[in-house]
Design a protein around this ligand. Structure first.
Ligand code: NAD
Length: 499
């Protein structure tokens, strides 16, 4: 099959050629140090743009800007219905610029243009519309209190939810626009100001998002974007005393650092971290459907998905049939750039990530695992790794224990449901899991036994803005999505009136 490349829009080419600065106080400005960093296309390794390389001083300037905007009441003091209307306008603008944003993401992150259109941008638009509605539905409670003194006194008590102030969103490189939106929009709906810190590898769509936010009518200073290294910008934001909440998505190791920095100021914290997500295929499962689920669950975005299936536990009676079908399907997946409509596997985000995945594959093989298909880097320009199916994976094999964040699935047989549940839970992570069975009773009995924030039955990976998302164990603290996401950017104030 030939390449079928999507032509790059003129608007995208113009954006790439701009001298991008930090977005602070409603405008673009260079980093205080004057430093810049390069942005690459993972499909070729070529430099496609450059952005300002901010540091701790720039992070401070952005927080100060957000704090001034918050204190001014220009956003936090708007009627909730006005905030909702402006956020709905943002959704319309994202829709109007959908192809431009999708192409930017594909060129910067490497992912397939279909995925960028449907999930990165399409999912972001739906998420903004969903969250916009919560701006007008933030509520407290009234309650009867029983305060005994002074004798005869009466009290009326109620709670209010107030915006927490400056919210920081630290974003990973796997879904740069969508995860930025997951942080930005609930914070804005609650009335907060925001500082976003995109990953160093993928800064472009966050910068475009900030422009569209302002075009939608969010006042200058309410949303700021600081590009630059995590160790300086991210760390400074997480430990800044004027920040009310840090919402971080990224690796468990960095999440712990962010958590420690935030705790020093009692900054509120949401952590969405790594996963090592199991897929359990019971003896009665529909094997064709499970195979499709595994292909999607493990290889979407080249496995660079926190919720990706990376451990496939299959009842021994179905193990050979399923792994053979999967190996054949995986071997037939065409590799190519994200802009190629016929490519099924695209590059990883960076050379660093490509090398990390390949090193892990080598270690896994040295520990006894065997690749039924794939197994290493692909002989192509750009940061490609062959989609890989591993078998003979012992419980202590690195492929069964560490998050790989690449196109690798480890398949392991089991003999009993108890064994499958024990294997699924034998990890420090607890983000997602999926269960494949036609037996409703088995599913309902197993779901409560799995230590994961999300358990899918007969699917793996779909998310909905209304359904809470987050991790058990070392996969994080707190939940995103749903009403709780907006509430997490508020403080509760109890009011007690004596009368
Ligand atoms: P990462 O932890 O390396 O980086 C995440 C972000 O933190 C980036 O913006 C980075 O610049 C910044 N950062 C780095 N060091 C920092 C520091 N010391 N202080 C503050 N910020 C710092 O993660 P990544 O490699 O960009 O993304 C992949 C990871 O993200 C995987 O572990 C994946 O599972 C996780 N992830 C989780 C979810 C979820 O919802 N649970 C979603 C997507 C990705």
């Amino acid at each position: 099959m030939d390449q079928q490349l999507v032509p790059v829009l003129a608007a995208v080419q113009d954006f790439l050629q701009r001298e991008h600065g930090l977005w602070i106080d409603g405008g673009s400005r260079p980093a205080l140090s004057g430093r810049r960093s390069e942005v690459r296309n993972p499909a070729s390794g070529a430099v496609i743009a450059s952005v300002a390389a901010g540091d701790a001083a720039d992070a401070d300037a952005a927080v100060q800007s957000a704090q001034r905007a918050f204190a001014s009441g220009a956003w936090s003091g708007l009627r909730p219905a006005e905030r909702e209307r402006i956020l709905l306008r943002l959704a319309d603008l994202l829709e109007a610029h959908a192809e431009e944003l999708a192409q930017l993401e594909t060129l910067n992150q490497g992912k397939s243009i279909q995925l960028a259109r449907a999930i990165e941008v399409g999912g972001s638009i739906e998420f903004v519309r969903y969250m916009a509605g919560w701006a007008t539905k933030i509520t407290g409670e009234t309650m009867e209190v029983s305060i005994p003194a002074p004798p005869g006194a009466r009290f009326t008590a109620f709670t209010r939810r107030e915006p927490i102030g400056v919210a920081v969103g630290i974003v990973p490189w796997n879904f740069p626009l969508m995860i930025a939106v997951w942080k930005l929009v609930p914070a804005l709906a609650a009335g907060c100001s925001v500082v976003l810190k995109p990953a160093s590898e993928t800064p472009l769509t966050a910068l475009r998002l900030a422009e569209l936010v302002q075009q939608a009518g969010v006042p200058p200073g309410v949303v700021n974007v600081v590009t630059g290294p995590g160790a300086s910008v991210g760390q400074a934001l997480a430990g800044h005393p004027l920040v009310g909440k840090v919402s971080f998505t990224g690796s468990t190791e960095v999440g712990k650092t962010v958590g420690h920095a935030a705790l020093d100021n009692m900054t509120r914290l949401g952590l969405e971290l790594g996963g090592k997500n199991p897929m359990l295929v019971l003896a009665d499962a529909d094997i064709e459907r499970a195979a499709e689920g595994a292909l999607l669950g493990a290889f979407l975005n080249q496995g660079q998905v926190c919720a990706a299936a990376s451990r496939l536990y299959v009842h021994r009676s179905k193990f050979q049939a399923l792994t053979e079908a999967l190996a054949e399907a995986i071997a037939g997946m065409r590799l190519g750039p994200g802009l190629d409509l016929n490519a099924r596997v695209n590059p990883l985000v960076s050379q660093r990530q490509q090398q990390a995945v390949c090193r892990l594959l080598e270690r896994s093989r040295a520990q006894g695992a065997r690749a039924l298909t794939g197994g290493g880097a692909a002989a192509l320009p750009g940061y490609f790794v062959q989609p890989t199916l591993l078998v003979d994976v012992a419980p202590d094999n690195v492929a069964a224990r560490e998050e790989i964040f690449g196109p690798v699935l480890a398949a392991v047989p089991f003999d009993s449901v108890d064994e499958a549940v024990a294997l699924a839970n034998d990890t420090r992570y607890g983000l997602t899991a999926s269960l494949w069975t036609q037996d409703l009773s088995a599913a309902l009995n197993i779901v409560p036994r799995i230590q994961a924030g999300t358990v899918w039955v007969n699917s793996h990976i779909p998310l909905d803005p209304g359904l809470p998302f987050g991790g058990y164990k070392e996969s994080g603290i707190g939940r995103e999505f749903g009403k709780g996401a907006v509430e997490s950017f508020t403080e509760i104030k109890s009011v007690c009136i004596a009368h």
